[in-house]
Design a protein around this ligand. Sequence first.
Ligand code: NDP
Length: 507
Amino acid sequence: MTEHDLTLIAGDSSAPADEPLELHHLIDGTWIDSADGETFERHSPATGQLVSRAARGGTAETEAAIKAARQAFDDRRWSDVPGAERAKLLNRVADLIDANRARIARLETLESGKPISQAEAEIEGAANIWRYAATLAWNIRGQSQNALGPEMMGMVLKVPVGVVSIITPWNFPFLIVSQKLPFALAAGCTAVIKPSEMTSSTTVLLGHLLVEAGLPAGVANIVLGYGDPVGALMTTHPDVDMVSFTGSTVVGKAIVASTAGTLKKVSLELGGKNPQVICADADLDEAADAIVFGVYFNAGECCNSGSRIIVHEDVAEALNEKIVALSRKVPFGDPLHPDTKVGAIISQAHQDKIDRYVREAADAGATVLLGGAALAVDGLSGTFYQPTVVSGVKETMPIATEEVFGPVLSVLTFRTLDEAIDLANNASYGLSAGIWSENVHTCLEFVKRAEAGTVWTNTWMDGYPELPFGGVKESGLGRELGSGGIEEFLELKTVQMRIGKSRQKWV
Ligand code: NDP
């Protein structure tokens, strides 16, 4: 295979670079530099251009942000605001996100390397999540118990958890913070947020919008910097009540361990090695298109990537041909071009990791049907990887069990549905799973038996704010989105009330 067989979109090397952005921490309503003046830079993974220079947070900034969030929670400046007013503010933020969509999307593309059309859709989707969370702020309802006998009445209140540390990764920076923060705010919590150091800019833009919308100082604080020390301190500090994290399972487990000392509530959205079973009676054209979308969307840097397909032996060859043909048509290249569907890989180190998985699989006997190497794109000096299809994968190979997080599809085969379901479930992860079959009974059986937080039948990777999202097994703890999205940030408080002097004396 040569790169000429692919659909490539060249970069425009004569286009002027954007002015780099200077980023600061948001602590107690004020934008500040780090006390020691340290900074770090982010360069575009597609072009190498400098996109942003950020204050590099340390222990002092993290402690100041946690102190501000604690104070803002303890003096009830936000939790005492009625739900209807909190909802109004969240809706204002949503409108501001819409009004600033082009700017946010461009920065997201420059820092992450994702295509601009996708970034714009994500920012639009994020605004809608803020609107959805606003509806929940109106609807925080506990319970009453009125059958406890004539002398007692019981109530269960739902109260905000407190100070929440929100730690986000680089693959969907604006979308993921929008899956957490509006629900925390709707519940009445305060927050300290740390974006990935590779994609800080759009979280900072969100901070500006929160200030413009009128969020009281200290309610949402942003510290820029690295997992060590910023993220780590956000998970151990005694003034933090909860950690909401999206990222790798390795770091998720480390967070569970580090929060144990102070027994914080933890919500984790981690990795996936998501299987799609393609039965012999499936519509192969529909399935092939969805498989190609599922594996190349966001260059495969996606917890929901459909990176592991399990296809019936009788149709495996036909499906592989369709997937390879479609893969050649997907426009890879310049993230800023409106027609591009797959942009750059986040970093050279990550690209090397992707490549290692493919090489190891090939060395172990798998067949690389397409791709399997870095991709050169005219006019762009950054990191790109070829659309890659690897067949003959065995279930024990790392490419079949670990998150590759790149545009790499592994193809396994099966003969019976039981065998397919065993293969699908034979993973430490349990985020998403899918099945393609024209037989509704086959689909329903898979739905019942698949070990996953989300199951798709005859589709892949649709998503709605109304539907919960999260994983089982090592894919996470808790759920985001859906009407339960706010529950993660609420605690139950039981109230028992005696009527009259009816209590039996103990002594
Ligand atoms: P990480 O899980 O390491 O990072 C996610 C976030 O956690 C970042 O903000 C990071 O900070 C922060 N962090 C890192 N270490 C700690 C810690 N000890 N305590 C608290 N916070 C911490 O993901 P990576 O970016 O390193 O990606 C590595 C792999 O993880 C990828 O190759 C992919 O397989 C997987 N991944 C999965 C994601 C998903 O959505 N499921 C998302 C991203 C990655 P910083 O990086 O700024 O230092």
